[in-house]
Design a protein around this ligand. Structure first.
Ligand code: MLT
Ligand code: MN
Ligand code: ZN
Length: 293
């Protein structure tokens, strides 16, 4: 299977519209690459599946010739699979109106979220089929690609938060995806609050892992003066530290690539944090990164 990173940034992108932090300023000045919001595209047999529909999908598709129409009207995209109901993963669905058929795969919980927002009714059911992803039940969004959704620790979308927020809910709110084709296995987990032992065990068959790289440190937004929330409060584990993803996933020998990177993350600039990430065997994703798994 071919896997393409359409967007590497967490919600907000790089630069984020209202942010003048060091990274956002460096991206505006062209000193570091800008990044669009969180999405992958996967191709098997010349048919494409988009994983998460980011608010930047229009620009992402425009700059990706493989995803351009091949006929007068139409698209090689056969399906969209979403991993949660966060704005950065569903807002792009609105761009995919215009009467071209595809199947939208999401858990029942995420479908309920979409159904509760009447604007998603622009995805005319005559063209857009809504398929319910059952956790742990493989499905084939295109021939030759088997996708399995599984729960990872996370929380409800920001706009559904109530007074008490469980940031490590295990259910249909936040899923990871196992992608299998031609005997190769990739995992896509753009949001994850912790790596429990069963998740680590599950990932043992990975050839490549795309994992939540939102923040380097849990208190990074405070450190950069951009906000008060911790990574944990946002449902994202930090990369660094004894409880971080680099340590938690150190025993995996597959290719490991960080995606869903927040604009505050110091790894976006050359420096000790990026050096530590690379020394630990990880790669930093980038928009347009293309690999065959
Ligand atoms: C997240 O990943 O925490 C969300 O995308 C945040 C948001 O909704 O902006
Ligand atoms: Mn996000
Ligand atoms: Zn910023």
């Amino acid at each position: 299977m071919n896997i393409l990173i359409l967007g590497t940034a967490a919600g907000g992108g790089l630069p984020q519209w209202n942010c003048g932090c060091g990274n956002c300023s460096a991206a505006r000045a062209g000193h570091i690459p800008s990044m669009t919001q969180s999405s992958l595209a996967v191709e098997v047999g010349e048919e494409w599946v988009v994983l998460n529909a980011s608010p930047d999908i229009r620009a992402q598709l425009a700059q990706t010739p493989a995803l351009h129409p091949r006929t007068h009207r139409g698209s090689p995209i056969r399906a969209v699979v979403v991993t949660n109901g966060d704005v950065d993963h569903i807002a792009g669905l609105l761009t995919l109106r215009e009467s071209t058929p595809f199947t939208l795969h999401a858990t029942a919980a995420t479908h309920r979220t979409l159904d509760a927002n009447p604007i998603f009714g622009v995805l005319n059911p005559v063209f857009v089929d809504r398929a319910v992803q059952q956790l742990e039940q493989p499905f084939a969004p295109v021939d030759g690609l088997e996708v399995t959704a599984f729960a990872v620790p996370g929380k409800v979308p920001l706009y559904q938060e109530e007074a008490e927020v469980d940031t490590r809910l295990l259910g249909e709110q936040t899923v990871g995806l196992r992608l299998a084709a031609h005997g190769r296995v990739a995992y896509y987990i753009p949001g994850c609050a912790a790596v429990p032992p069963d998740l680590l065990h599950r990932l043992r068959d990975a050839d490549v892992l795309f994992f939540d790289g939102t923040v380097w440190e849990n208190d990074e937004m405070q450190r950069t003066g951009t906000g008060h929330k911790t990574g944990a409060r946002m449902g994202h584990m930090a990369m660094n530290g004894s409880q971080g993803s680099i340590a938690a996933l150190a025993s995996l020998t597959c290719r490991k690539i960080f995606v869903h990177i927040n604009n505050t993350n110091p790894v976006l600039q050359p420096g000790p944090e990026r050096d530590a990430l690379v020394a630990a065997g990880w790669e930093l994703g980038f928009d347009g990164m293309d690999l065959t798994a």
